[in-house]
Ligand binder design. Sequence first.
Ligand code: GUN
Length: 290
Amino acid sequence: MSAKILNGSELAKSIKENIKKEVEELKKQGIFPGLAVIIVGNDPASRLYVDFKKKDCAEVGIESFEFALDEKTTEEELIKLIQQLNIDSKISAILVQLPLPAHLNEERVINAINPDKDADCFHPFNVGRLMTGNPLFLPCTPAGIIELLEANEIEIAGKECVVVGRSNIVGKPLAILLLSKNGTVTVCHSKTKNLDEVCRRADILVVAAGKPELIKGNAIKPGAVVIDVGVNRLEGKKLVGDVEFSTASEVASAITRVTGGVGPMTRAMLLKNTVKAAEILDIKNKKAYN
Ligand code: GUN
């Protein structure tokens, strides 16, 4: 293996130490960041993610409030809860863990979140602000990837950036962020022709397709930087990314691993958004009373 490992765990740890200090300062000013985490149903992966997020909050002094709702919760009940949290002064930010059970409309649920409390940056108001270059919050996984690149002094400006995957959570917002950093961006998806050929153009290749080991070393330009967003559990229980690590790491100059790469960075960015939301709430409260 010749590639440098881009260590998200290590970077996230130092980011969290800074956030912890920031939270201590905010508390001295009477500002207490609080994150509401809503989970509907019993999806084991979602349960694990929510537990991680609560643990992260505790580590940096952010209070988390879990709302674990029954699988059969109606859309009306869920939206009613969000509306209550929207006006609750203890709640700075709200996160609804996705995916939701099939009978709930994710778009309507996300639209119910107060855009000032939008921990994930999923609300169309915030997506629009991101698109027009004046973001209020940053989407967690894309922002985590940008911070990981920048901390490792990987220049984005002028580079060929290829993003595989066009989800609202990762691919689309990441393309916008890379563009805002002056990358030349191509977005690939399941209908892209000659996927490997397009990937081989990339100086920076980000794969968020949700397909185990979709991209192998032969689709990577020698010396490229490879960011693997995928987490897939194979039947033998082995965890693999969307990139075949063994072959890709022979060709790339730098690469993330399936664990300790993008995941910890995503979680650190959620904490950043929660602190930002607490500051926004404080500013708005002061304006209301003056
Ligand atoms: N499900 C998978 N990723 C995410 C995420 O970043 N936020 C939320 N809310 N749900 C998710």
